[in-house]
Design a protein around this ligand. Structure first.
Ligand SMILES: NC(=O)c1ccc[n+]([C@@H]2O[C@H](COP(=O)([O-])OP(=O)(O)OC[C@H]3O[C@@H](n4cnc5c(N)ncnc54)[C@H](OP(=O)(O)O)[C@@H]3O)[C@@H](O)[C@H]2O)c1
Length: 343
């Protein structure tokens, strides 16, 4: 353990005190996780070191994905954590199926397991409902020549393979990511094993109240990505209209009163609202503050109400590379009219 990690262990949070979510299976999932996508500017080794430091600080939930290109570095970090005395059952490890592997779910899951050095995952997600390959880091203008729309029958073929992973014991739960209400309705109608979580973009300026309410009403836990508004996201994921949660005067005022960074207010609000945020940071003071705020005195009802009023419908991760037809805008991916966008 590095000196920095040892210090984290000293002023960390007892994982037994961190709020938990109960999934419909009865499993307990820590209500905050550490994101592991380095937004193209943090190396795999720095992230692996942060995973070890975060575990020493009290994190038990880690949001991984094959497309983050670092699972083979995070694997040794998990080994070090377990060698250090944390039992496998105490960890909550998530990985995700990338878009070019919708036909090879077993192979992709086995590769993530091998890279992560585990014999099962707690959660495996279909990362996006579109089976459209694009190389990591490509421009938002880039389009795959054989990009496809959402075709429910194809998605169900992938979902059947996901269900088979549960039946084979390779994963304990399966879930979705970047879904919409109409797509989830079809999945809930046709699945044998229902998704246990839906990972979705959630921050004060993008609260997705309808989808949030829908998943909870259906016994699916909402997991929120970009919980502090992803201030370090790659240039390609920025547009001039994007707003900045951590510069919002309401967030700044609460942060000032509490003596914390505005990012911490976003994380605290997320846990208290009922989603499970997965903030990314490789800086110990930041990931520690994000964890500590889940066990400190709650935000007041007035704070919660004020943040609820900050909705700006500001989606940051628009997904342009998944568009399948010329002339479409990114809204087509998100079924904004309440119906699945026709092919
Ligand atoms: N399912 C999906 O499609 C999907 C999509 C996007 C992301 N994700 C997941 O969600 C995770 C989080 O999303 P994200 O990384 O884009 O955005 P984020 O967590 O909203 O933002 C991360 C940024 O916020 C800063 N930050 C975090 N905590 C802070 C604190 N307490 N004080 C000051 N700054 C703080 C970090 O800076 P420092 O490094 O300087 O601390 C980092 O640059 C990803 O890592 C990934 O695991 C999933």
């Amino acid at each position: 353990m590095s000196d920095e990690n040892r210090t984290a262990a000293l002023d960390g949070v007892n994982p037994g005190l961190v709020p938990q979510r109960f999934l419909y299976t009865g499993a307990r999932m820590p209500a905050i996780g550490l994101g592991t996508f380095g937004s193209d500017h943090v190396t795999a080794d720095e992230i692996a070191e942060a995973v070890k430091g975060a575990a020493a600080a009290g994190y038990r939930h880690f949001d991984c994905a094959s497309v983050y290109c670092n699972e083979d570095r995070i694997g040794p970090a998990f080994k070090a954590i377990m060698d250090g005395g944390v039992a496998r059952e105490e960890l909550w490890v998530v990985s995700k199926l990338w878009n070019d592997k919708h036909d090879d779910v077993l192979g992709s899951c086995q590769k993530s397991l091998a890279d992560l050095g585990l014999d099962y995952l707690d959660m495996y997600l279909v990362h996006w409902p579109f089976p459209n390959f694009h190389p990591p880091g490509c421009s938002v203008e880039s389009r795959s020549p054989d990009a496809k729309p959402y075709i429910h029958e194809s998605f169900m073929r992938t979902w059947r393979q996901m269900e088979a992973l549960v039946e084979a014991g390779l994963v304990r739960h399966i879930g979705t990511s970047n879904m919409t209400v109409p797509k989830l309705k079809l999945l809930l109608r046709d699945c044998r094993i229902k998704p246990a979580i839906n990972e979705m973009e959630l921050h004060p300026h993008f609260q997705q109240q309808e989808l949030f309410d829908f998943v909870r009403a259906n016994g699916i836990e909402p997991v929120g990505y970009c919980p502090v508004g992803s201030p370090g996201r790659p240039e390609r994921d920025r547009t001039p209209d994007d707003t900045v949660d951590i510069e919002d005067p309401v967030i700044l005022k609460i942060a000032q009163r509490l003596g914390v960074h505005p990012a911490v207010v976003c994380v605290k609000w997320a846990v208290q609202r009922g989603q499970t945020p997965i903030p990314f940071s490789v800086k110990r003071r930041n990931y520690l503050a994000n964890l500590q705020c889940t066990v400190s005195e709650p935000l007041t009802a007035t704070d919660m109400q004020a943040i609820a009023g900050l909705e700006k419908n500001c989606r940051l991760i628009k997904g342009q590379v998944f568009l399948w037809k010329d002339g479409q805008t990114w809204e087509a991916l998100w079924d904004v009219d309440g119906e699945i966008t026709p092919p």
